[in-house]
Design a protein around this ligand. Structure first.
Ligand code: NAP
Length: 221
């Protein structure tokens, strides 16, 4: 059983990840939270936690960890400085630590548009540049990795069906439940090589859509 550190475990996607991993036959979740008051929510469900803040020292959080999912984010209600210290520098810190600790797989929850962040106009650019910087660091880290770039996240139900493409030209939504399923799917080390792709809600079952995309390099819709 691989121990999976969920960074951003108390978030909407992070909580879904924690519960899905708790019931998974291959993985054991370790929920990284930044506030002692968040611990009970997980521990009453038998999910282990570790306290960790992306803006502080995090070395201890990686002890005994096999794989990592990064699902944290500063959110839209904080200022630009938090986007830099959490989404960019915080993420880069976890990538550096993962490389030092020889983590077996690092799965990044990125965002649609990060690949072309420089060309984006308006308020999203600062955020997307931060996400892109973290993604680029992951690509050159030497870590076995996957970078998943969803469209707008919703609290909609699990459908298990997605659209996948290298770069998403269309805007669209996808539920956090579906995103969490894809992130967990990508923890598998048997998926060879490193992967970067975008996802939206779609028509093809996740276990079929991803291998098809990775084999063909063509959009699966
Ligand atoms: P969320 O509910 O806002 O959760 C983000 C989590 O990050 C929270 O649990 C938060 O902790 C944690 N966090 C913030 N600062 C931290 C720090 N300094 N140290 C440790 N943890 C910290 O996010 P979500 O809606 O699940 O989305 C996850 C990510 O997906 C976003 O951050 C974004 O980068 C990406 N994404 C979002 C969209 C979208 O449409 N919203 C689209 C594409 C990609 P607390 O619980 O303690 O506040």
């Amino acid at each position: 059983m691989d121990k999976v550190l969920i960074i951003g475990a108390n978030g909407k996607t992070g909580r879904i990840l924690a519960f899905k991993l708790k019931n998974h036959e291959q993985y054991v979740p370790v929920a990284m939270v930044r506030d002692k008051e968040q611990v009970a929510y997980f521990e009453k469900e038998g999910i282990k936690t570790v306290l960790g803040d992306l803006e502080k020292d995090l070395n201890h959080a990686f002890e005994g960890i096999d794989k990592v999912i990064f699902a944290a984010g500063s959110g839209s209600k904080t200022g630009k400085e938090k986007t830099l210290s959490v989404d960019k520098e915080g993420a880069i810190k976890t990538i550096t630590l993962s490389a030092q600790k020889k983590i077996k797989k690092y799965v990044m929850l990125s965002s649609r548009g990060a690949e072309n962040a420089e060309k984006v106009d308006g308020s999203m650019q600062h955020y997307l540049l931060a996400k892109k910087a973290a993604d680029e660091q992951l690509k050159k880290s030497g870590l076995n990795h996957a970078i998943v770039r969803p469209g707008r996240l919703t609290d909609g139900p699990f459908t298990g069906k997605i659209k996948v493409d290298a770069v998403l030209n269309d805007k669209g939504d996808i539920s956090r439940e579906d995103v969490a399923e894809v992130l967990i799917f990508m923890l598998d080390e048997n998926i060879k090589g490193n992967q970067v792709f975008g996802i939206l809600s779609g028509e093809v079952e996740i276990p079929a859509a991803i291998p098809l995309f990775l084999k063909s390099g063509q959009a699966v819709v």
